[in-house]
Design a protein around this ligand. Structure first.
Ligand SMILES: Nc1ncnc2c1ncn2[C@@H]1O[C@H](COP(=O)(O)OP(=O)(O)OP(=O)(O)O)[C@@H](O)[C@H]1O
Length: 230
C-alpha cells in the first residue's frame, strides 16, 4: 500500500531576482513498512521537502498524496489537511520538542488527548508505548531530567501515539553520540517492521543508514538517480 506519493514537486522561496529554487522535479512514493533515508548536503533541500510532506509548507507546484488522498495539488486539495496531518503523520524532530513541564508519560498522553482519546485509555496507551520503548522507569520524569537518548525515545513514543501510517524524522540522531544514535535508528527500523509504518528519516550521517530499504539523495534541490551517487 502506498502511504505517500509526491509528484513533480517544486518549491521556490521568494520571487524575482531573490528567488531560490529549493526543490525541483521531486517524484517518489513510499510504501507501508518502508524505511527510507533522505540524505544530502547542507542546503540541498531536505528540510524544505520534509516541511512540504509534513503539510506545513505549500509547495510552489506539484502534488502530494497521503494514503491515496490528494492533499495538495496547486493548493490544499483536502479540506481537512490539518486533521489528516494530525492522524496520519507522526513527527520526530531534531531537538526532541517535548513539553518541559509535562512528565514523559503526559507528553504522550497529551498527543492522544488532542486526537480525542479519553484520559484513562490515553494513560494506558502511553504506558504501553513507554514499555515498548524501554523507558517505563522514566515515565514520571520531566524531560529536563532525562538523558538525550531517553528524551528521543519519549519523542518517538509521542510520534507513535496515534499509530500514524507515516513517520517523519528530521535528523533524529543529531544530538546523540554514535551508540545512542545507532539505537534510535534500530528502533525506527523496528517500528517500520513491526508496525508497518512508513518511516522517512532525514540525515546527513551515512553511518546511520545501514539496513534502510531505500536511500534517496538530494543535491541542489533534485533527487539524484543511482548513477549520480558518488
Ligand atoms: N525561508 C527561506 N527563504 C529563502 N530561502 C530558503 C529558506 N529556507 C531555505 N532556503 C533555501 O532553500 C535551499 C534548501 O534549504 P533547506 O533548508 O531545505 O536545505 P537542507 O538540506 O535542509 O539544509 P541543512 O542540512 O543545512 O538543514 C537553500 O538554498 C536554502 O538557503
Amino acid at each position: 500500500m502506498t502511504v505517500l506519493r509526491v509528484n513533480h514537486l517544486k518549491h521556490v522561496f521568494g520571487s524575482g531576482e531573490l528567488a531560490v529554487t529549493a526543490l525541483e522535479e521531486i517524484d517518489f512514493a513510499v510504501e507501508a513498512g518502508e524505511l527510507m533515508a533522505l540524505l544530502g548536503p547542507s542546503g540541498s533541500g531536505k528540510s524544505t521537502l520534509l516541511l512540504c510532506i509534513s503539510l506545513i509548507l505549500a509547495p510552489t507546484a506539484g502534488s502530494i498524496e497521503i494514503g491515496g488522498h490528494t492533499v495538495y495539488a496547486e493548493g490544499w486539495a483536502h479540506r481537512e489537511s490539518r486533521r489528516l496531518r494530525r492522524e496520519k503523520i507522526g513527527f520526530i524532530f531534531q531537538g526532541h520538542n517535548l513539553i518541559p513541564f509535562l512528565s514523559a508519560r503526559d507528553n504522550i498522553v497529551l498527543a492522544l488527548e488532542l486526537n480525542g482519546v479519553g484520559r484513562r485509555s490515553a494513560r494506558q496507551r502511553a504506558d504501553e508505548l513507554l514499555d515498548y520503548l524501554e523507558v517505563t522507569h522514566r515515565a514520571d520524569a520531566l524531560p529536563g531530567n532525562l538523558s538525550g537518548g531517553e528524551q528521543q525515545r519519549v519523542a518517538i513514543g509521542r510520534a507513535l501515539a496515534n499509530e500514524p501510517p507515516l513517520i517523519l524524522a528530521d535528523e533524529p540522531t543529531a544530538s546523540l553520540d554514535t551508540e545512542r544514535g545507532g539505537r534510535v535508528m534500530e528502533l525506527l527500523k523496528r517500528i517500520a517492521r513491526e508496525r508497518n509504518s512508513a518511516v522517512i528519516t532525514v540525515t546527513h550521517d551515512e553511518r546511520m543508514i545501514a539496513g534502510f530499504d531505500t536511500v534517496r539523495r538530494l543535491r541542489d534541490g533534485r533527487l539524484l538517480v543511482a548513477e549520480e551517487y558518488t
